[in-house]
Design a protein around this ligand. Sequence first.
Ligand code: URA
Ligand code: ZN
Length: 382
Amino acid sequence: MASSGSRVVDIHTHMYPPAYVQLLESRQTIPLIRRFAGAKDPRYIILPAEAESLEKISQAGAAASTAQLPGRPVTSHYSSLQQKIHFMDTHKIDISVISLANPWLDFVAEAEAAETARSVNREFESMCLEHPGRLFFFATLPLSAPTEELLTAIDFVQELKHCRGVILGTSGLGKGLDDPRLIPVFKALAKNGLMIFLHPHYGLPSEVWGPRATEEYGHVLPLALGFPLETTIAVARMYLAGVFDEVPGLRMLLAHSGGTLPFLAGRIESCIVHDGHLVREGKAGPTRRTVWQVLKEQIYLDAVIYSEVGLKAAIDASGVDRLMFGTDHPFFPPLTSDEQGEWESMTWNKAAVDKALGEGSQGALAVMGGNAIEVLRLKEDA
Ligand code: URA
Ligand code: ZN
């Protein structure tokens, strides 16, 4: 188990840097930033589930009240580095590994993707340089660019001093992460020692939430259930496609403690050994590396699960040396107390670690920061 003192590291913490904000401001379809008459702040409208509300409010026009506005207000928490440092200081976070928030560059046209990624990644590197020892980052890849440019982008970010991996959504090159065309990308990442931070964005088709969701249930279903299931499905598909065996050097950090993977790994295993097709194809034999093995050998999980119940499952599945604390800042701000004060994303996730492992225990110190310092080489700010 890692023993890097009692430093607190937040590995799941996002920024929308100013250039990216400008890009969203220039757009007419989601993801976008839009101003609404009578509302103080413009709104980030990024999730597929928010497109319907945007459509409704556009039709309602001036009659719509601010309470019905889609998305979330664009506050300084999303793009100000000073605000990020304030959040870290308020919550006694020593180091943050920042990443662009969803939907990254998934929507950028092929011809512009490589250059946009380059400038966003440069912006992240320069933010890290402003606060030596306190900031590192997961870079963004131009997934819509031609493969050659995508591979060049990996070489480029590998050279950036504070880059420790890449943040990736589940769509890959448009067909998901079990797409064989991604194998050279995974190999390049593995060769360069770059971790993939896998993060959801697309959720599940909106029909699964039923006709009452948009009006009555806010964002609870897509965020609480759609996001984790999206991650679970993406990794299960990679596993079934044999990606982890084909690229044994691949390392993935899964958002939200692996979605529901720790809870469902046993069921996935059972379905594999009872699947006639897989058995006939020789894909369920005794030499197969199980999902449990992959979880312990190639996967890391964040600790953004808000309860010791889920956290214990994650620890049981991957091992206490593979869990890393995070906050998901600037999402989920407190709604009934000062945004400049304490956030539940810190206090709930820290309480879960303390309850699961014992406050001040070796395991808790490892999850709160020691593991990230070792695994992501955060002592090396050089
Ligand atoms: N909502 C998002 O869109 N992204 C996050 O990371 C968390 C909540
Ligand atoms: Zn996040």
